[in-house]
Design a protein around this ligand. Structure first.
Ligand SMILES: C[S@@+](CC[C@H](N)C(=O)[O-])C[C@H]1O[C@@H](n2cnc3c(N)ncnc32)[C@H](O)[C@@H]1O
Length: 196
């Protein structure tokens, strides 16, 4: 059986957590904060009208920008409150509730984006499985963009080893979504992965 993600365990302990998260991002959007940085990087990887999977989409801020750019977006998230917010706030993409460890959409994607520390909210026992499920959903020539911070229990080296073990090869390692290079001192990783 799939171990419940750390995010789900957190929401069980704090039932208001998901709603507060949705409201925080609605407020930031209303205040004009730039919430589209991750999507802009992913858009640059793609031809027009591409297929994009927003893995761990939350309330949909990344997939929404990619949809507006003309891509066909599917977003998947384990938290039904966040998916409901994505449906309400960002009609257009296909927003689905599901655990990435059990992802089986029967289609493949030109890009998979996994932004906002999703990797660090998975149950640790499912990390390899999730990376394998993402690998199973990438089209030939496609790529994944996965970003998360240091000090959140998933060392970058371990993540890269796990990714290689299931058929991903690192294409480019960055330390920010606006393309700053990754170094030994970086406290954030944006890994662009391609099928090995
Ligand atoms: C900090 S939020 C980021 C949401 C979104 N990617 C963004 O950047 O706005 C982390 C997300 O990971 C999702 N998540 C955690 N474990 C998951 C899993 N096993 N399957 C699907 N989604 C998961 C949570 O539900 C939550 O929406």
């Amino acid at each position: 059986m799939t171990e419940r993600s750390a995010w789900v365990r957190m929401t069980e302990q704090d039932p208001g957590h998901s709603t507060a998260y949705v409201e925080r991002f609605r407020r930031l959007a209303a205040e004009g904060f730039d919430l589209g940085g991750e999507a802009r990087l992913v858009d640059a990887l793609l031809p027009r009208g591409a297929r994009v999977l927003d893995a761990g989409c939350g309330p949909g801020r990344v997939g929404a920008v990619l949809h507006a750019a003309g891509h066909r977006v599917v977003g998947v998230d384990v938290d039904p409150v966040l998916v409901a917010a994505a449906e309400a706030d960002h009609p257009g993409p296909r927003w689905l509730v599901g655990d990435l460890a059990e992802l089986d959409l029967g289609e493949s994607f030109d890009a998979i984006v996994c932004a906002g520390n999703v990797m660090t909210f998975l149950a640790a026992s499912t990390r390899g499985t999730v990376l394998a499920r993402l690998r199973a959903h990438v089209a030939d020539g496609g790529r994944a963009a996965i970003g998360f911070g240091a000090g959140r229990g998933y060392p970058f080296d371990e993540f890269l080893d796990d990714a290689r073990a299931v058929g991903w090869a690192p294409d480019l390692l960055l330390s920010t979504w606006d393309l700053r290079p990754f170094t030994d001192r970086s406290d954030f990783l944006v890994a662009l992965l391609r099928p090995a």
